[in-house]
Ligand binder design. Structure first.
Ligand code: CAA
Length: 261
């Protein structure tokens, strides 16, 4: 269990194979201050390089996954300070994590909170989850990917294949019920996400990482290029011990013993 001020980082699941990060600034509804984002980045990177961890779950409290970037921290900023200090510059770090990250969202996922959820690979949404990009009410606009993520399939539909995920258009806020989608029970949401993380951790880590890379590439590239990229990764899998082991184990009717990580 890592020692942090704004988050709790711990290992869960069988043999500690799932890295669980809980945003823990409850009174401020997990507003994403700089300190929290730095800790989040560090905790995820630590799990990413831990060979015992196969997937990560990111969650908040029952009331709020995260209510956005910290408005008190942003209020005194100027264009010059944003630009020169590259404000939100480190938010992209989550998209560079190579292992799957599952967002387990209860309550508010607003502004930057919605953006952080969308940059995850999978979203499990609780029945009272609310997603939205309300920045326009503050006289500004989404700055952490809200436009790109909600208006392109990029980073979204292909990866959030089940309909537990909900997005909202810029400027509005809404619940799953409004779109006739049902969320998961609030109390069991994190456990269900951890179970999914365990299931993912049971596969070859290198094969999972390649899948994630292929999906991310497909979102960025034209179809033809995406298909070529996927094919090359598929061929590359033949250079791994796990590909040989997976197929051999199938033919020998036994459970594979994964090696690569
Ligand atoms: N930043 C800083 N503090 C926040 C916050 C935020 N984004 N959201 C909530 N808080 C704080 C409140 O100031 C309040 O603090 P105090 O108790 O010290 O007064 C505490 O959290 C509880 O909030 P409320 O009293 O407002 O709780 P509520 O239940 O009445 O309302 C809410 C909940 C509707 C989520 C409301 O808090 C709210 O609208 N929050 C702001 C949401 C928002 O605009 N997010 C976008 C931020 S901009 C952004 O994210 C830019 C980007 O793209 C990166």
């Amino acid at each position: 269990r890592g020692e942090y001020e704004f988050i709790i980082s711990e290992k869960r699941g069988e043999g500690g194979c799932v890295g669980l990060v809980t945003l823990n600034r409850r009174k401020a509804l997990n507003a994403l201050c700089d300190g929290l984002m730095s800790e989040l980045r560090e905790a995820l990177a630590t799990f990413d390089s831990d060979p015992g961890v196969g997937a990560m779950v990111l969650t908040g409290s029952e009331k709020a996954f995260a209510a956005g970037a910290d408005i008190a921290e942003m209020q005194p900023l100027t264009f010059q300070s944003c630009y020169s200090q590259q404000f939100l510059g480190n938010w992209d770090a989550i998209s560079r994590i190579t292992k799957p990250v599952i967002a387990a969202v209860n309550g508010y996922a607003l502004g930057g909170g919605c953006e952080v959820a969308m940059v995850c690979d999978i979203i499990y949404a609780g029945e009272k989850a609310q997603f939205g990009q309300p920045e326009i009410a503050l006289g500004t606009l989404p700055g952490g990917g809200g436009h790109s993520e909600t208006h392109q399939s990029h980073r979204e539909e292909p990866r959030h294949g089940d309909d537990r995920h909900r997005r909202e258009d810029v400027g509005s806020r809404g619940t799953l019920a409004r779109t006739n989608q049902q969320g998961l029970p609030t109390e069991s949401l994190v456990d269900e996400a951890i179970q999914l993380g365990e299931r993912i951790s049971g596969f070859s880590k290198i094969a999972v990482a390649m899948c994630k890379e292929a999906v991310n590439a497909a979102e960025q590239l034209p179809l033809n290029e995406g298909l070529k990229y996927e094919k090359k990764l598929f061929y590359s899998s033949f250079a791994t011990d796990d590909r040989r082991e997976g197929m051999t184990a199938f033919l020998e009717k036994r459970t594979p013993q994964w090696a690569d990580c």
